[in-house]
Design a protein around this ligand. Sequence first.
Ligand code: ZN
Length: 341
Amino acid sequence: MGLQNRIVHALWIGLFLTSIGCRSTPAVSAGPEPEGLGYGAPGAGHEIVICGERFSVGAPVVLWSDVDGYNAYSTDRHFIDKPKPKNSPEPGTLRYDPGRVSRDGNRTQLVEAGSRNVAQLGDIVDQFVLHYDVCGASQSCFKVLHDHRGLSVHFMLDVDGTLYQTMDLREQGWHATKANTRSVGVEIAHIGGRGKRDLAQMESWYVRDAEGLRIQFPKWLGDGGVRTPGFIGRPLRDFRVEGRVQGEKRYMYDYTPEQYETLVRLSATLCQVFPRMEADAPRDASGVVANRVLGDAEFAAFGGILGHYHVQRNKVDPGVAFDWEPFLGRVRDRIRAYPVR
Ligand SMILES: [Zn+2]
């Protein structure tokens, strides 16, 4: 081992010991970012909130408490200027469980409402559930989820890479049935995938210009509330992806590079704050990421990053275009490069 290697080796050991020794202290990124963010609208923060503490993700974050944020704590509609949609919750209705609650009939409080104990939350939370919103933009996602359906999810990830946090991660979101107690959820803005007979509406969301494929919102959506002025969203891969999920053939366009970048950074932070959350997805015996719902025992044993379709048989999100292996590789690289102290 040369001198330079030995110094690097010693630094790594030091970093490792530091990361063990300081588990209970407020976490910050290990150091300055080597490059500017390069995306996201000016004015966004870069920290998420867990049990009242701020944790760096190094990506543009808008909190529920920010002026242009989306607040899942609100017991009324966000877009109150519009007529009340049929079957939407009455004013005063909660859309989440404060703290973490067991899903048996007893509804045992596993993490207290208002808890400031990140370590205790880490004993309960070990899954990060990825969804696509079928709305195409986070603004309309919140309208559907919060205003119309009376549901909640911790994060929404818009096409420009802006991450909206709608409530503290200590709260139990209503987004993935049996995974709610033990999970954090994100709705990624995307029109979603379709089966062969159902492609026309999906195709109407994409056009090709001189630079390649890009997302084109329908006219009624306007700019979709996307924070980056004039943002043009392009699928990371410039073609329609085919694949199978839950045993059926599906077609879908990829997520934007800005969405992958933010999701990598967010996942790297979550996997370090929650020690039982592995930077990995459920895999079949052959080693490939499973493209089907998990059995009860598999689901119970799995702590890590998973799709909604791994949780429920009737779901197919985040879809066949979500590129698991490069994503997971980048999450692991990010964890190595920026250990949360
Ligand atoms: Zn979903």
